[in-house]
Design a protein around this ligand. Structure first.
Ligand code: SF4
Length: 67
């Protein structure tokens, strides 16, 4: 299976300078191991604050009525 990094870059909303950008498998494992969620789980205005904690994810989506 070919790596889809180039295609993934089109839909990645992460604004942090990171070598894992577009490599979703590495990105997901990294953040999961940190007890976090990847950038694409957050709205863009929240993503840019770089708080990728699960508690921030729940807080944001509860406030925005999606949970
Ligand atoms: S979400 Fe995290 S691991 Fe993924 S590209 Fe952004 S900073 Fe890197």
């Amino acid at each position: 299976m070919e790596c889809k990094k180039t295609k993934n870059m089109d839909i990645c909303n992460c604004t942090y300078s990171c070598a894992k950008k577009g490599v979703c498998c590495d990105c997901l494992h990294y953040h999961r191991n940190m007890g976090q969620m990847p950038a694409c789980f957050f709205p863009e205005d929240i993503e840019s604050g770089y708080d990728r904690s699960i508690s921030n994810f729940v807080k944001v989506w509860q406030e925005r009525k999606h949970l």
